[in-house]
Design a protein around this ligand. Structure first.
Ligand SMILES: [Zn+2]
Length: 407
């Protein structure tokens, strides 16, 4: 055996087990494995979870907050400031920042990331090519899925559609889109589906990032998804517009979404920062209603979106910290809600991203994180140290920080 983790906790209130890894795969999960291994890790009842998933992240525009601040904190200024900075990005600059960001994720136990990689006719294709190169370069430590993202719109930025085709031909994993930032949201959605059908790839949209429901295209997206037989293959980020709906109307939209099997990612780090900026009192939280979506049978997850840029001036690449942020703000701290949060950065995004052999089961790829906590329900609120990160059967991270106390 390559690695045996001794006495790990996989679920609450169950017996501890040993997990054996060989040749990149999980080969045995038993109460006691007596064989020897090149590396044995004494877990002593600590929690072992599958590799964490960061399902929506912009690597290409991370770590630029110091270059020009977004003083108002609005989405409008975030787009303007980023638009001013983008022409100054070189491929080397993008590569350096993206690598630094990937290192932040990897150290925090993220073994899968879907990144939104953008391009537009004035900015060119260098950034996208750089991210595609990193996808290959990092494949042994983190699986990178790339969504081809037309940040400036498709119809209103002529030339972008050709670039979308080119990005898909170059091997993008998902067709991105941003219906709310184009001249006609429904037409934008139609174009995205044409691409998705042609290249047989899933859809991943920036959807309805707004404080009010007016102008929302989620209902059209549900109809279109069913019409094209794309159930389960469409993911959306933000969807903050749903936060503005009365229960009656919300229930109807959620029913449509469950039927179309739309996957939703709440992006609290960005949404809380940019949302509700025009409210002078009773400021809205500006989040998609995570609990109502979950309870309505929608596959809902949590992701980070941006790290240290005009959209989100903080973040350290720790998806557990992003999930922690969602606990108070999306009212996920109740006794029945808290145990559902870990799934939102593990199982739910695995389903949305189509990761087939996900989870700690015999035969699956050995992607996992040993947490310095004894209870799986506290895996988020303990903000536990990631003691070991294992990707395809190899240890990629070991954290040995020692805390000394003198009392
Ligand atoms: Zn985004």
């Amino acid at each position: 055996m390559d690695i045996i983790l001794k006495q790990v906790r996989l679920e609450n209130n169950e017996d501890l087990v040993d997990v054996a890894i060989n040749d990149g795969k999980i080969v045995k999960i038993e109460k006691e494995i007596t064989e020897s291994a090149s590396k044995e890790i004494e877990a002593n009842g600590k929690v072992l979870i599958p590799g964490l998933i960061e399902a929506h992240l912009h690597l290409d525009k991370a770590l630029i907050a110091d270059r020009k601040p977004n003083k108002s904190g609005t989405l409008k200024e975030a787009i303007e400031v980023t638009g001013e900075l983008k022409p100054t990005f070189t491929n080397e600059d993008i590569e350096k920042r993206a690598k630094a960001t990937l290192d932040m994720l990897i150290k925090h136990g993220v073994t899968y990331v879907r990144t939104q990689s953008e391009f537009d006719p004035s900015g060119g294709f260098g950034g996208f090519e750089t991210i595609m190169k990193l996808k290959e370069e990092y494949k042994d430590v983190i699986d990178i899925q790339v969504a081809a993202f037309p940040q400036e719109g498709i119809i209103k930025a002529p030339g972008t559609l050709d670039m979308m085709h080119k990005a898909m031909e170059m091997g993008a994993d998902a067709v991105g889109g941003i219906p709310y930032n184009d001249t006609d949201a429904n037409e934008h959605i139609d174009i995205v589906f044409e691409l998705a059908k042609k290249y047989n790839k899933p859809v991943d949209l920036h959807q309805d990032f707004m404080d009010d429901y007016e102008g929302s295209s989620i209902e059209y997206l549900c109809e279109k998804t069913i019409k094209e037989g794309f159930e389960g293959k469409v993911s959306v980020g933000h969807l903050t517009s749903l936060g503005a709906l009365s229960k009656e109307k919300l229930d109807k939209v959620i029913k449509d979404m469950a039927k179309a099997k739309i996957n939703v990612f709440s992006l609290p780090a960005t949404d809380l920062h940019l949302g509700g900026r025009n409210d002078e009192y009773n400021v809205r939280r500006g989040l998609t209603p995570v609990r109502a979506l979950r309870d309505g049978g929608v596959n809902v997850g949590i992701a980070t979106n941006n790290i240290r840029n005009p959209f989100t001036p903080y973040g350290n690449g720790d998806i557990i910290q992003t999930a922690m942020l969602a606990i108070p703000t999306a009212h996920l701290g109740g006794a029945d809600d808290l145990p559902t949060v870990l799934d939102m950065i593990t199982k739910s995004p695995a389903k949305a991203l189509g990761i087939e052999d996900y989870g700690i089961k015999v035969g699956n790829s050995a992607n996992m994180v040993l947490l310095d906590t004894q209870e799986i329900d506290k895996a988020i609120i303990d903000l536990p140290v990631r003691l070991y990160v294992i990707k395809d059967g190899k240890i990629t991270v070991e954290t040995t920080k020692e805390v000394k106390t003198f009392y």
